[in-house]
Structures are given as structure tokens and as C-alpha cells.
Design a protein around this ligand. Structure first.
Ligand code: FAE
Length: 540
């Protein structure tokens, strides 16, 4: 039993700029450097609250629990990204990937993986890198790995969903409370900011977005600015040559070395500043089951950055918060139900998974319509055709930051795809699969096609068929926005409690039923804020 606070190995956790940003964004927080000494969990430890995963749901749980005076331990399978590599940088750019880019792969698996007839993926050393492309039978799910989860690798687009669609998707949630309290709370704590429109109109770095806007508007589609957690003031300084470039130096999906307000700099920094947070990085939770004397036993495997198992540990926790992401939480709970460790979980556990209607596509612009050799990696505009009842589309105008002019317009379309998959335990392998079918992306393609066919027709342009395979127009076999698998009000009660197992909670993207119509992390954060407020008020 640990009588003192459970601790973490991450002494340098969130020191420096991160702590400053966290303190700034969450007034009153002490800096992370002031947090108490840390060590990783050891077998036999007992903790009041254990959080599995350190993405959006986990970071909110960590902050709200620690602020409520509860010592909280976060277990994260990825590493704590605080140690620079031999190049002096923590993360590598998209043009020069090494082992840091991917989670234990010997070759990169870029979302846009082809160009002009061939694969553009590169050989890398196998390492505990920051981006995972987790393969299932008919889709690959991209996820962040490390302290900060998806916030380390995502595009930072911070979009509050349309209220009417939020109410359609989560009708049991009081939307007055969400739009009056929890969305504003999430946006403030995440450090969401907006681009200076005048700078946007003049800078070479957003020419690609202005071209995307012009061609959309020519065909009658509206565009809208999209807020972000990347610090646009910092980006302006990058452009002016005053600071080290990050978003303007092909950094995003393998991490940003500066500029981005990822969770380690906001929520987690503020939680660490309470002195009650500890984190075990490179620890993967493998089992959760009721403990003999009350609470739960939590089993985990610790690895090193090469993937070798360092230790297997079992601890106990009074309360366990599942925040391993839509895929991680769903896989874990489905396996625990199937193996009888959490027998009282309902049949809805594992169900209701969707890809937020994700599909990507590229268009070839005319030679007289260049998109710019210099492109910011942070998207700033979206095409908003959600009102089209025949097939709603919200399409991010994405950069194609190759460092040279390519005349390509790239889009990540979010559509309303009704198909839902289920996570299924395979007793033979002991693994959990996802039964998403290849053809299930067709409604998304149909919806996106209506928009981009219209633009191509008006502009006299064509699709690029060389970006997602050879003669393959649509990037429809991967997903950035996994949602669901443990849906609010179905697999859990109305606040994420798992029925039959008091003290177990789900707080991440698995609560959202497969679709939210925009990029999802603001919704995941706000929903976690709502649920944690209730849980802390009534359960703790
Ligand atoms: P997540 O952030 O994935 O955190 C889960 C954490 O749990 C991860 O750190 C895992 O390593 C860890 N974990 C998993 N299993 C275990 C285990 N068994 N034991 C211990 N730890 C575990 O979950 N969304 C937006 O809103 N805007 C964007 O611009 C955007 N761009 C994206 C770009 C990319 C390339 C990707 C991959 C995603 C993007 N997303 C974006 C999606 C967004 O990052 C995602 O919805 C959230 O990160 C999900 O938050 P969760 O808290 O559910």
C-alpha cells in the first residue's frame, strides 16, 4: 500500500513553457515544476483514483479529480515526450520521419501514403513513436501515443458542434448546460484561439486555404474559419522569422516542437500543479477486475521505448476512469466482459462505433491556380455544407505541406454516415477486433462527391487519383476521428458510470455515438467536464 501520494517517473513533466501555458490558461494553477516528486506505480500500490489514458477525457478527469483534492494516477501506454532526440528536437517533421513518428512500425504509414504512382512511406526504426495507425480488418485508426494522447498529433482544430446536431446525437444531454457552461469551459481550458483574418488574407502560408475557399465559393459552398489550439500569435512570429518554426516547418501529425497548446501544456499541467497528479508513462493497462477488499485491481505492462517488457504490475484503485480513447477503452472493456473479469457490463459495451464519417480526397488545381510551396500545417478553414439534407458535409481544407508547389487541394470531409461497427472479442487470439466493413464508407463518399464533383465541374478540374493508392480517389480506409464503442446512456448511465460496477467510469470519445459532425475533441472535452462535475458532486 502506498500511504504517500502515488508518484510518477516524469520529473521533467510539463516543466518550462508547458507549465507556463497551463498556469496562464487555468488561472490559479501552480506551475507543474512545483508538483511533488514522482515515481511510477509499483505492484501493490493502492490509489484513490486511477485514470487509464492521458488524452482529452483523461486530462479532464485528472484535473477535476486533483482539484477536488483526490490523489490521481494516470497510466499512459505512450511515452512522456520531454526528452530531445540526437537532433535536439522532441518530435520530427513530416518530411523527415524517424522512429519517433510511429508507434512500433518499421515503415511509416502516412495517411496520404502515395504520390504519382508509388508509396511515399519511409523505413524507420521501430520505437515507441507518437502516432499509431492501428489496423483492423477494414480500416486503420490513427491515434496519438504519449502523455497528452491525440493532442500531441492532431491538427488542433477546435470546433464546437452545431447545437441542432449535438441534440440529435446526444438527446439525453441537457444542451443548455453544454452550450452555457461546458463548451465554454472546455474552450477556455484548452486555450482555443482564432486566426487574425487580416494576416490570413495576406500570408503566403495560407494561400492553399484561400484557393480552397475561392473554389468552394465559386460553386456556391460556404466556408468558415475554424478555431484552433495552435497559438496563432506564435505562428505569426514563425512567419516573421522571430521564433523557431513548427507549424510552418511541416510539423503536426508527428508532433509539434512549439506553438501547439497540447494537453501536457494545458489540462495536465494544471492538474500536475495541484501536487496530486502522478503519471506512469509507457505502462499499458491490460486488465481491470473487482478487488477482493473493494475497489478494483488494475494490471499493467511496462515497456521501454524499444518495446521490451520491463515489468508487469498489479495495483488497486478505489475508482477507475477509462480514458484510453474510443478504441482503447472499447477494446479493454469488451475483453474484460468476454473473459468474465467485469461480468456485469452490458451488451452495449463495444457497440455503436463510427468513424465520424471521415473520408479524404485531393483535387488537382490548374497550373495558373497555385496553392503555395509554403503551407501552414494547421488548418484554418472548413467548407460548411452540413445543411444539405441529402448528405451533410463539413470539410476541412487541409494543407499539403510538401515544401514545394504541387497545385493540390486536399480535404478531410466529415459526413453523416449511419453505419456503426462493434468491437468483438476473439477467444482464439484473445484479441479484440472491429467489424467495420469496407463498403460502409460509401455514404461518406457519396456525400463528399456531391461537393467536390460540383467544384471540379465548375473549375474544370479533376480528382487526384494517386494520393491514397494507385488509381484510388478516396482516402476511405482510415480514420482520424474514432468515436463510440461505449456510448453514453447505452453502455453507461447518463454520466459515464458503468452499470453493475460502482466506481468504474468512462470519460473519453467512446461515449460519443459514432458521429458529431465536426472535429471531435472539443465535444469530448466538454462532455468529460460535464460528467466529471456530476461524478465529483455525487460520487466522491
Ligand atoms: P485519446 O486522445 O486518443 O487518448 C487516449 C490515450 O489513452 C492515448 O494517449 C493512448 O496512448 C492511451 N491508451 C490507450 N490504451 C491504453 C491502455 N490500455 N493503457 C494505457 N493507456 C492507453 O482519446 N480532433 C479534433 O477535434 N481536431 C483536429 O484537428 C483533429 N485532428 C486529428 C489529426 C490526427 C492525425 C489524429 C490522429 C486525430 C485528430 N483528431 C482531431 C482527433 C482527436 O485527436 C481525438 O478525437 C481525441 O484525441 C480523442 O480523445 P480521447 O480522450 O477519446
Amino acid at each position: 500500500m502506498v500511504s504517500s501520494r502515488p508518484a510518477v517517473s516524469r520529473r521533467s513533466f510539463l516543466a518550462g513553457a508547458g507549465a507556463a501555458a497551463g498556469a496562464l490558461l487555468l488561472p490559479g494553477a501552480r506551475t507543474a515544476a512545483a508538483a511533488s516528486p514522482r515515481r511510477a506505480l509499483a505492484t501493490g500500490d493502492h490509489v484513490p483514483a486511477l485514470v487509464i489514458g492521458s488524452g482529452y477525457g483523461g486530462a479532464v478527469a485528472a484535473l477535476r479529480l486533483t482539484r477536488a483534492g483526490i490523489d490521481t494516477h494516470v497510466v499512459e501506454m505512450g511515452q512522456s515526450w520531454t526528452t530531445p532526440g540526437s537532433d535536439g528536437l522532441i518530435f520530427n517533421s513530416m518530411l523527415k520521419p524517424d522512429g519517433r513518428s510511429f508507434w512500433f512500425r518499421t515503415k511509416t504509414d502516412q495517411p496520404v501514403g502515395y504520390f504519382s504512382g508509388g508509396s511515399v512511406n519511409k523505413s524507420i526504426a521501430s520505437y515507441a513513436g507518437v502516432l499509431d495507425s492501428e489496423a483492423f480488418a477494414a480500416t486503420r485508426v490513427y491515434q496519438g501515443r504519449g502523455v497528452g494522447g491525440g493532442s500531441l498529433v492532431n491538427g488542433g482544430m477546435a470546433v464546437t458542434p452545431k447545437r441542432s446536431y449535438f441534440e440529435e446525437v446526444l438527446p439525453s444531454v441537457n444542451s443548455d448546460e453544454m452550450y452555457g457552461t461546458y463548451f465554454p469551459r472546455a474552450n477556455a481550458a484548452l486555450g482555443v484561439n482564432a486566426i487574425d483574418p487580416a494576416w490570413f488574407e495576406s500570408t503566403e502560408w495560407y494561400k492553399f486555404a484561400r484557393v480552397g475557399r475561392q473554389t468552394a465559393n465559386d460553386s456556391g459552398f460556404a466556408t468558415t474559419f475554424v478555431p484552433n489550439v495552435y497559438d496563432f500569435a506564435y505562428m505569426k512570429q514563425e512567419a516573421a522569422g522571430q521564433v523557431r518554426k513548427s507549424a510552418l516547418a511541416q510539423e503536426v501529425i508527428y508532433g509539434n516542437n512549439a506553438g501547439k497548446r497540447s494537453l501536457d501544456k494545458t489540462y495536465l499541467a494544471a492538474a500536475a500543479a495541484t501536487g496530486r497528479l502522478s503519471i506512469s508513462p509507457l505502462h499499458t493497462v491490460t486488465a481491470v477486475a473487482p478487488a477482493a477488499g473493494g475497489g478494483y485491481t488494475v494490471e499493467m505492462t511496462q515497456i521501454d521505448t524499444a518495446g521490451a517488457v520491463v515489468a508487469r504490475k498489479t495495483v488497486t484503485a478505489d475508482r477507475v476512469f477509462f480514458a484510453a480513447g474510443s478504441v482503447g477503452t472499447s477494446k479493454l472493456l469488451v475483453a474484460m466482459k468476454a473473459t468474465g473479469r467485469l461480468p456485469d457490463l452490458g451488451d452495449e459495451v463495444g457497440a455503436g462505433w463510427g468513424n465520424n464519417g471521415n473520408v479524404m480526397v485531393g483535387r488537382a488545381n490548374h497550373m495558373w491556380d497555385p496553392t503555395g510551396g509554403n503551407q501552414s500545417c494547421i488548418p484554418a478553414l472548413g467548407i460548411d455544407d452540413w445543411a444539405d439534407a441529402a448528405g451533410p458535409v463539413f470539410a476541412e481544407i487541409a494543407p499539403f505541406p510538401a515544401g514545394t508547389e504541387l497545385w493540390i487541394s486536399l480535404y478531410l470531409a466529415i459526413t453523416k454516415n449511419p453505419n456503426r461497427a462493434r468491437f468483438v472479442f476473439d477467444a482464439g487470439t484473445g484479441k479484440v477486433g472491429l467489424n467495420w466493413q469496407a463498403g460502409w464508407t460509401q455514404p461518406s463518399i457519396d456525400a463528399a462527391k456531391r461537393v467536390f464533383d460540383a467544384i471540379n465541374k465548375k473549375e474544370g478540374t479533376i480528382y487526384r487519383t494517386d494520393l491514397f493508392g494507385v488509381y484510388k480517389t478516396w482516402g476511405d480506409d482510415f480514420v482520424y476521428h474514432p468515436l463510440g464503442g461505449c456510448v453514453l446512456g447505452r453502455a453507461t448511465d447518463g454520466y459515464g458510470r458503468l452499470p453493475g460496477h460502482p466506481g468504474l467510469y468512462v470519460v473519453d470519445g467512446s461515449l460519443v455515438p459514432g458521429s458529431i459532425g465536426v472535429n471531435p475533441f472539443v465535444t469530448i472535452t466538454a462532455l468529460a467536464e460535464r460528467n466529471m462535475a456530476k461524478i465529483i458532486a455525487t460520487d466522491l
